[in-house]
Design a protein around this ligand. Structure first.
Ligand code: FAD
Length: 406
């Protein structure tokens, strides 16, 4: 499976930042993390920070999976509304999930400050109603969030036009959101893991997993064997291949980026990410150098060749939608791309063990529009499970809820 098509901006902007060696000999360690994307990076960093000996295996090059294609909006706002989660799981769990995402943004900010140079920027988030029918559900959503202390406010049509220059019947404006360069962050985190004595291997594919009562044996594609106490499966959308049942739908999502635009053309959009209530949603953010990054138009295509063929047409469609909303913006895509994306039935991620592979193999399936915020939560959650501690979201984000989603 090829996880992306076209020219993902982060890989073009940064190039190959560092090459890690291949693992070609038998080896042993405490925890093996499979997958060198942003999820594997955050988990390996969290574990190595607390003194765990971690080995990371990446079958491509680090960051070269979906993380290179991510548009990297960091949001506490989950694709599923808090009202929808409250209906499904109760208000307490819905609030717990939203609050954890809000805390994850602060945690990512702290990590970014430690690492430096990963383009972390605080932004506002404007979530607009795509049509009149969506105004009432958005107002209900706002009321529930406000009830639980989330800072957010309602904007009427006139205010949206005056402040942000486009027409929408209403919107939720929140101050807590951010953007990042996920590819650079993954590299920086893995470099730090190595400095702490951890090991990161590129072009090293795990082929079989054999758990037993005392540990787990992994066989690599080159036949080397790796023995460990625990495995974290952070293999992105390819993690699903290790489960007996389908836990998410694989989709493709598309994005484009422009050349830097003049600050006067962007106005308040420079520091505000914008997205909408329609599904799949159109969204946009800026980069630190004033480019506009636009994404959306997801479809259920997961055959890379067919997705490749669609990238240009999808980018034209996304540009046309933005120009229809903001006629003063002239959108010329500099790079455009598509990437694999997955959605669970309830918009929540899966973290933890699955019966199929037993208690020593933990999955890190940070699926959804705010996958990176989920990965940050997953890093803490999985460290707690590996250390035999409880975590407030362990139950909600476990595979136990699969029966409720089906
Ligand atoms: C177009 C697009 C836009 C997105 N926008 C956002 C956004 O705005 N905000 C957000 O939070 N999220 C967003 N996402 C989702 C986000 O990109 C993902 O949540 C995140 O990048 C996933 O990281 P990951 O490390 O889990 O997966 P990946 O980056 O795919 O990493 C998994 C790695 O595992 C490796 N691997 C797989 N199998 C094996 C094996 N057997 N052995 C060794 N290695 C293996 C793969 O090569 C891959 O590099 C977007 C995704 C796309 C495609």
């Amino acid at each position: 499976m090829d996880l992306k098509s076209g020219y993902p901006f982060w890989a073009v902007k940064n190039g190959l930042l560092k090459t890690f060696p291949q693992l070609t000999r038998d080896h042993q360690c405490e925890v093996v993390v499979i997958g060198g994307g942003i999820t594997g990076a955050l988990i390996a960093d969290e574990l190595s920070r607390k003194g765990h000996h971690v080995v990371v295996l990446e079958r491509r090059d680090v960051g070269w999976g979906s993380s290179a294609a991510s548009t990297a909006l960091l949001q506490y706002e989950i694709d599923a509304h808090m009202t929808a989660l409250a209906e499904r799981y109760g208000e307490a769990d819905a609030v717990r999930a939203y609050r954890a995402c809000a805390e994850a943004i602060g945690e990512l900010e702290s990590l970014a400050a430690e690492l430096g140079n990963v383009d972390f920027e605080r932004q506002q988030s404007l979530y607009y109603a795509s049509n009149e029918e969506d105004v009432a559900p958005l107002k209900e959503e706002l009321a529930l969030r406000q009830k639980h202390g989330f800072e957010a406010e309602w904007m009427e049509r006139e205010a949206i036009f005056a402040e942000y220059g486009f027409v929408a019947p209403g919107a939720i404006l929140t101050q807590l959101a951010a953007t990042i360069d996920p590819y650079r962050m993954a590299y920086q985190l893995f470099s730090r893991v190595v400095e702490r004595g951890g090991e990161v291997y590129d072009r090293t594919q795990m082929e079989t997993i054999t758990p037993d009562d005392h540990g787990v044996t992994l066989t690599l594609a080159n036949s080397a064997k790796l023995r460990c106490q625990y495995v974290v499966m952070a293999a992105g959308y390819e993690s699903q291949a290790w489960l007996p049942e389908k836990v998410a739908d694989n989709l493709s999502s598309y994005a484009l980026i422009t050349d830097p635009l003049p600050p006067e053309a962007l106005g308040k959009l420079r520091h505000t990410m914008v997205w909408e209530s329609a599904r799949p949603y159109l969204y946009m953010r800026t980069t630190c150098d004033g480019r506009l990054l636009v994404g959306g138009d997801d479809d259920d295509e997961d055959i890379p060749k067919r997705r490749d063929a669609r990238v240009e047409e999808k980018a034209e469609g996304l540009a046309a939608k933005i120009e229809a909303l903001w006629p003063r913006l002239d959108i010329n895509p500099t790079f455009s791309w598509g990437g694999t994306f997955a959605e669970t039935g309830d918009g929540l991620p899966f973290f933890g063990p699955h019966d199929a592979l037993g208690p020593r193999v933990h999955f890190a399936m940070a699926y959804g529009g705010n996958g990176i915020s989920y990965s940050m939560i997953g890093a803490k959650l999985l460290r707690a499970l590996i250390e035999g501690r409880e975590h407030p979201l362990a139950e909600l984000f476990s595979f136990k809820r699969l029966a409720k989603i089906a």
